[in-house]
Design a protein around this ligand. Sequence first.
Ligand code: ATP
Ligand code: LTN
Length: 348
Amino acid sequence: MRLARRLAIEAASARIGRMETKQRVFSGIQPSGASHLGTYLGALKNWVALQDDYDNYFCLVDLHALTTPQDPKVLRSNIRELAAIFLGVGLDPARSVIFRQSHVSEHAELAWLLNCIAKVGELSRMTQFKDKAQKGGAEAASVGLYDYPVLQAADILLYNAHRVPVGEDQRQHLELSRVLARRFNGTYGETFVVPEPMILETGARVMSLDDPAKKMSKSSPVPSSYIALLDAPDTVRKKIRRAKTDSGSEITASPDKPAITNLLDIYAAMTGKSVEELEADYQGKGYGDFKKDLGEVVVEGLSPIREQALELLGDPKELDDLLEIGAEKARAVAGATLRDAQAKMGLG
Ligand code: ATP
Ligand code: LTN
């Protein structure tokens, strides 16, 4: 069975090699904690939908995860869990290259080259760095956290990706990748594709369940603020039942009702219905009815993913093998781009 799967992947990889006409997509997620509904609606769901139309590279960015303190044992298990989630949502190793960043050393090597053209002023303006560094005091933040966006640019540019499907919070990082690609090309000659962000209209910014002013985040210390993709159905129902709501009782989206607006957005993203349709469906009904239905919608959407991921977690060897097959394919592309960049800078 395992062997059959591997052969199928190999055959598909030969097909991937012939797909030069397709544009390339690259994106990544950190194995730094529980992947949640925001990650799913802002990124993963979109990745799955892109698979047939693009030449896809999807990466577990484990080097990025090290920019904040990680317990090695927990990190190891988070990496496998995220790999299981990648496959559980429907990423298909026969159509997409799925791999770990640390298995392809070119990521760290290109990051160094790009470090030498990135500017301190640019990195100091990154809001994610400012927010995260603020939590423990900027002086104590790691140099890795500061340099995070340069490693992200290296990820994308190594594959000459045309499109990068991410949530809204990544817009600024992507802009830096574009700036670095243009600067490198302008200084050393045409080398990198300048990537375009791909940000969905619905689901691109899922907010926290306990504070609709903050994005749903896996680094939140409050587990009830996010719905983890592996949460049991009853936990999902309970978290939604307890989610913060606004004053008043109408189910309508508006800037002065950020909590119910967020829940309506989640409902819309999970079902494909528009927020207006949902407002009409729930006219005259209360928060209780709405939350009960939303709980079922989310449970129904996430259950197949959870079941599939839990099953895959029962075979860690298979997950590791799949990631290694992906890394081999990624190295071939990344190696060629790195050598080109090195040569252009005078290292070749
Ligand atoms: P942290 O919150 O700890 O910074 P994160 O969840 O933002 O981590 P990743 O897991 O690396 O970081 O994000 C993976 C992808 O999910 C990115 O494309 C990101 O834009 C998207 N994403 C993350 N959180 C949300 C959210 N709340 N709404 C929509 N998209 C999100
Ligand atoms: N910073 C991203 C994760 C990430 C990424 C990438 C996304 C690292 N490298 C390359 C797209 C392309 C985040 O979502 N937190």
